[in-house]
Ligand binder design. Structure first.
Ligand SMILES: *[C@@H]1O[C@H](CO)[C@@H](O)[C@H](O)[C@H]1NC(C)=O
Length: 335
């Protein structure tokens, strides 16, 4: 992706061996040509007959590298919020859009996501640089560790590998902020869906923690009327971790609707599917797109958010594609 003088914009994530990178410029064109937030006819999202995550999910976190307890608490509270009720609009209200996807038996994606185990890989078992494939070896290490391995759960397990801000991952910051895929039996022993998300706090917050940081190669952010700048403050006070929340949300929505990469996606190429969250990258509220996050809430400290979670927490999560309304949608929509 060429950066030129345009702002290198946002995320990229989607599935393992594909990448989706949007520059500011491309995103403008993207939204002018195909206004996904407002309309529909150009989006060809299809069901390809594979499974979705319809059974209650047992989610296992692997903390790779050095994490502090504050960062871990933010992420745990977000995950707890997925299936807890909080005041509207909440994280679980946001997940309702994901639950609209079904498999060929008519079963919806589950609303039950339980945090069922955590593994602390504080010794960087596979080093400070991870290839995409090495993420599977990290999972293997966690499920075979002595004396307290994570359970290897091929029935309804979902593994979330989170790498700390000092860990480099293949394509991280250049092409991806996170990805999801499934494990190979010859590495892990079974086929289970997993996702990886990196903490971009020191490596590329302007790309993977946007809009809480501004791309460093793009000059200054637009000034605001009071002479400051328009950077949105992170709702839990940690740019890298608050930025990860939306990427985690993106990957959970996609791994649930396309766990084996043969269920819900748009496009003809299964090696580069456009999935339900890819369609709404950069959109967090009504009117969003083209570099504008959309109509979200701002508290009196300038912290941006669009959903409520447990323990009074607030989070900013991107919208996902609503298959019934045929547009990007979230519970903070004003129309
Ligand atoms: C299941 O999906 C169908 C089709 O999108 C939808 O009409 C229904 O409301 C969904 N059920 C739940 C519990 O989300």
């Amino acid at each position: 992706m060429q950066k030129h003088h345009h702002y290198h914009f946002l995320l990229i994530s989607c599935f393992c061996f594909s990448t989706l990178a949007l520059s500011w410029n491309q995103n403008m064109q993207f939204n002018q040509g195909k206004n996904y937030e407002g309309s529909s006819d150009l989006v060809d999202l299809q069901y390809h007959m594979g499974p979705v995550l319809a059974s209650p999910i047992n989610l296992y976190i692997i903390w790779y590298g050095h994490w502090n307890p504050t960062q871990q608490a933010i992420i745990r509270d977000f995950l707890y919020s997925l299936s807890s009720s909080s005041s509207y609009p909440s994280v679980s209200d946001w997940w309702r859009t994901v639950r609209l996807y079904t498999d060929q038996t008519g079963s919806n994606i589950t609303g039950n996501i339980a945090l069922s185990g955590e593994f602390y890989d504080t010794k960087y078992s596979h080093g400070g640089y991870l290839s995409r494939l090495a993420i599977q070896s990290v999972i293997k290490t966690a499920v075979t560790s002595y004396p307290r391995p994570l359970p290897l759960n091929p029935h309804n397990g979902l593994y979330l590998v989170l790498s700390s801000s000092d860990v480099q991952v293949q394509d991280f910051c250049r092409a991806v902020c996170g990805f999801h895929y499934f494990t190979f039996p010859n590495i892990v022993g079974v086929t289970v869906p997993y996702a990886w998300v990196g903490n971009s706090g020191t490596q590329c917050p302007g790309i993977c923690a946007y809009p809480f940081a501004w791309p460093s190669n793009s000059g200054k952010p637009p000034p605001s009327s009071n002479g400051g700048n328009n950077i949105m403050h992170a709702p839990n006070g940690d740019v890298g971790t608050d930025g990860m929340i939306s990427v985690i949300a993106h990957e959970l929505a996609e791994v649930s609707s396309n766990p084996l990469v043969n269920a819900w996606y748009a496009g003809d190429d299964p090696t580069a599917p456009t999935e339900i969250a890819d369609l709404c990258v950069g959109v967090y509220g009504s009117g969003g797109g083209g570099g504008y996050v959309g109509k979200v809430f701002t508290d009196s400290w300038g912290n941006g958010y669009n959903v409520n979670g447990v323990k009074g927490r607030r989070f900013l999560v991107q919208w996902v594609w609503n298959p019934l309304q045929r547009r990007c949608f979230g519970p903070n929509a004003v129309d």
